[in-house]
Design a binder for this molecule. Structure first.
Ligand code: PMP
Length: 296
């Protein structure tokens, strides 16, 4: 469950019990998916509880609201302080933080008149397993970037993700891989993808994806470790049977992929760059001193 009787959230300018919070049924957000959200992780690090890439997440929330005309009268630092307060009031250390900007009542198809802010959090235990995902190419394409602000994290966009993810599960797979409207590889329903071939990582270029903060962090780590990353267009044929692949996202962190459409990636996960990056990412979020070395 996401909350219990004691859970405290920030909603409508104050800290309240989640169980007492109420929304308006004439909200534009409820009717039209006209809202913006973020997904952020807090970790119990060696240096105390830290919200990972908090500035980047709240800056993206601002960008997303501006992209679709949702009023955004908030300061990044103010939202970071509120997020830490939500964690503290609930005694959370490892947690997922969910900020959501919704619009007030307006049934017209005009931009938001004013907005409301929710910051909720729930506990998120450390992921220990080394489960690998079996992916299926989705029949659901990512939204046309000419029709949506694809780089904005808008609630309504996630109907697309829900359809793709559920289809994959109904077919007996762990997760979906969505193509863009031209048939190139785009991303997962809630994560970006990297493919390994001959010691180089490839990832879809921007334009048809949500350019994840984790994706940027992985590229940053690759620079530190001297791993080459190429941002390009990838066809499903180029991906199938590659040496390795992984998804990355705030919630998923770095998670290995076993196969796409039942075609396995050829290297054992432990031998892939993904496994190296999985550890390096963990070191970074937990502020661990040990630097992952790339063994040539
Ligand atoms: N793509 C989509 C569609 C997502 O929903 C997410 C999760 N926010 C990502 C990629 C990964 O983004 P991030 O690394 O910023 O969590």
């Amino acid at each position: 469950m996401y909350y219990n009787d004691d859970t405290i959230i920030y909603f409508n300018n104050k800290f309240v019990r989640a169980a007492d919070a109420t929304g308006n049924v004439y909200s534009q957000s409820l009717h039209y998916g006209y809202a913006v959200f973020e997904g952020i992780r807090a970790y119990k690090t060696n240096n105390g509880v830290k919200i990972f890439k908090a500035v980047e997440h709240f800056e993206r929330m601002k960008f997303s609201c501006e992209a679709v005309g949702i009023p955004y009268p908030y300061e990044t630092q103010e939202l970071i302080d509120i997020s830490y307060a939500v964690l503290e009031k609930n005694n959370f250390t490892d947690a997922y933080i969910r900020p959501l900007v919704t619009c007030t009542p307006n049934m017209q198809l005009t931009k938001g008149k004013s907005s409301e802010l929710l910051i909720a959090a729930w506990e998120w235990g450390a992921y220990l397993g080394h489960q690998l995902l079996r992916l299926v190419t989705s029949s659901v394409r990512r939204p046309n970037p000419g029709a949506f602000k694809i780089e904005a994290k808008v609630s309504g966009h996630y109907v697309n993700s829900i359809m793709a993810s559920q289809e994959a599960k109904d077919l007996g797979y762990d997760e979906a891989l969505l193509l863009d409207n031209k048939g190139f590889i785009a991303e997962g329903p809630g994560a970006n993808i990297f493919i390994e071939r001959n010691g180089v990582l490839y990832t879809p270029q921007r334009g048809n994806i949500l350019p994840g903060i984790t994706r940027a962090t992985i590229i940053e780590i690759c620079q530190e470790l001297g791993i080459q990353v190429v941002e390009t267009q990838l066809t499903p044929e180029e991906v199938k049977g590659a040496d390795g692949a992984f998804f990355c996202g705030t919630a998923a962190e770095v998670i290995g992929i076993a196969s796409l459409d039942d075609v396995p990636f050829t290297f054992a996960w432990e031998k892939t760059l993904g496994a190296v990056l999985q550890k390096a990412y963990k070191d970074k979020v937990l502020e661990r001193e040990t630097k992952t070395a790339l063994v040539a």
